[in-house]
Design a protein around this ligand. Structure first.
Ligand SMILES: *Cc1c(COP(=O)(O)O)cnc(C)c1O
Length: 456
């Protein structure tokens, strides 16, 4: 072997065991095994960097590196964060926070066995979605329900089960991209159906639907414009009129609502967000919506409507690939009970935030302001929260904001620092200042947020 400089260097590498033991000395909560795994990886990395001529870092540096990397792995993940962005249904922050009751239901259904697919009365096999049948009927009037993992999956499944490789009529103004490259034309193609555009981008008339119907038509799809608005010279027929065209042609009308609100958003001074009950009432054969947008529950896709069509959807082979977990079903069911009890606007976090009075947000903002240390200047100013997450685009709710000006660090550094706490705080920068919106902070997080601000 040809000797080279790094041969001598390699001998100076600490042993995996010594490194692991010292790292664990820094943090006893870390397991021995984890520290060994991370220490081995660290040594391997250094070994390969020595080959490219780099020096060995000091032992202390290696020890703290190993402890830090081991902590990152053992931290619970995804980690809880404090949402001070003012965006209520924040997709990147996990959309809807769950109610206490929904959380408890998920816990109870999964800490032991459950009657997930078991009929306790007959002792026979049951169906997952049956847990929701009665409550969904009482809340919406729909005869049948089938639950999948998310609403994108719901649309794909419905199209695969009902479009039968025929033509699906979609208004040009609704042939949209939902986000994360989920596009209606693409998903239609995947299902084997053929997209038939109806009307124009800004105006679609009922006669456009009527004249597009042919013997090849297998269904009419309506998609809620949940993440954009078109304004100006526009028109779109009423849902009832489109239902009439579908029923004359004997094809189902599938209405994708997206956010799927069960509460009238106008009660809180917002524009009307299409409600699930109205879709069923107006005669949609099938209505689809998310569980974790304005419903305020866990991630899920709900497919509700005519019992015969629901059976057809449940029987499709794709249905099994999209089935939800017991935790999801239990949390979803518990979330729906808040609506039956009539206390959803207080108990479901998303609706508690939407309905929070300005005076309450102001009081919260003042209480945050009073915790700021000497080095940080703060003020309360008025601003806007948004619903977000593909609901009520462009709509805002008046709110009270806390504006922070740090004497010695920049706003960029300050938002970064806020994210680095044990309870990370996610804030935004507006007009070069750090802005906190207390509306989207959960009640039980307010004390922690005050602690964080006090330690800035
Ligand atoms: C959000 C949304 C979807 C996708 O729902 P996910 O639950 O995110 O899969 C589909 N259609 C519309 C209209 C939406 O707003």
């Amino acid at each position: 072997m040809v000797p080279n400089i790094s041969q001598g260097n390699l001998r100076k590498l600490p042993s995996v065991g010594a490194l692991a033991t010292e790292a664990r000395g820094l943090d006893e909560t870390l397991s021995e095994r984890l520290c060994v795994i991370v220490a081995r990886r660290e040594i391997d990395q250094i070994r390969s960097s020595i080959d490219s001529g780099r020096d060995i870092p000091s032992f202390d540096h290696l020890v703290s590196n190993v402890a830090m990397k081991a902590r990152l792995i053992s931290h619970s993940s995804p980690r809880p964060v404090i949402n001070a962005t003012g965006v209520i249904v924040h997709t990147n922050l996990g959309r809807a926070p769950l109610s206490e009751r929904a959380l408890r239901a998920a816990y109870n259904a999964s800490v032991g066995y459950s009657d997930l697919e078991f009929d306790l009365e007959s002792g026979n096999r049951g169906a997952r979605s049956d847990h929701l049948k009665e409550i969904v009927r009482d809340l919406t009037g729909a005869e049948g329900v089938f639950v999948v993992n998310n609403n994108a999956g719901a649309i794909l499944l419905v199209l695969c089960a009902l479009a039968n490789e025929g033509e699906v009529l979609v208004s040009r103004s609704e042939s949209v991209e939902i986000g994360g490259s989920f596009r209606i034309p693409d998903i239609l193609m995947r299902s084997g159906a053929v997209l038939r555009d109806v009307g124009t981008t800004n105006r679609t008339r009922i006669t456009d639907y009527a004249s597009a119907v042919s013997e090849k038509t297998s269904l009419i799809l309506k998609v809620h414009r949940s993440n954009f608005r078109i304004v100006g010279f526009t028109s779109m027929p009423d849902l009832r009129e489109i239902v009439a065209v579908a029923s004359k042609a004997s094809v189902p009308l599938v209405n994708d609502l997206g956010s799927g609100s069960l509460i009238d958003s106008r009660e809180y001074g917002l524009r009307y967000e299409p409600m699930v009950q109205d879709s069923v009432n107006d005669g949609s054969s099938i209505t689809t919506f998310s569980g974790d947008k304005l419903l305020g529950g866990p991630q899920a896709g709900l497919i509700i409507g005519d019992a015969r069509l629901i059976d057809q959807i449940a029987a499709n082979p794709l249905a099994r690939t999209l089935r939800p977990d017991k935790m999801t079903l239990a949390a979803l069911h518990a979330t729906l009970t808040h609506y039956i009890d009539g206390d959803a606007s207080n108990t479901i976090p998303v609706w508690r935030m939407i309905s929070m009075e300005l005076s309450e947000v102001e009081a919260r903002a003042e209480s945050l302001l009073s915790c700021l240390p000497e080095g940080v200047k703060g003020s309360v100013c008025s601003g806007a929260s948004t619903v977000g997450g593909g609901a009520l685009p462009g709509e805002t709710i008046r709110t009270a904001l806390v504006r922070l000006d740090h004497k010695s660090i920049s706003s960029m550094d300050l938002v970064r620092q806020l994210r680095s706490f044990e309870s990370p705080v996610v804030a935004r920068i507006e007009d070069e200042a750090v802005i906190l919106d207390p509306r989207t902070v959960l009640d039980n997080q307010m004390p922690r947020l005050r602690d964080v601000l006090a330690s800035l």
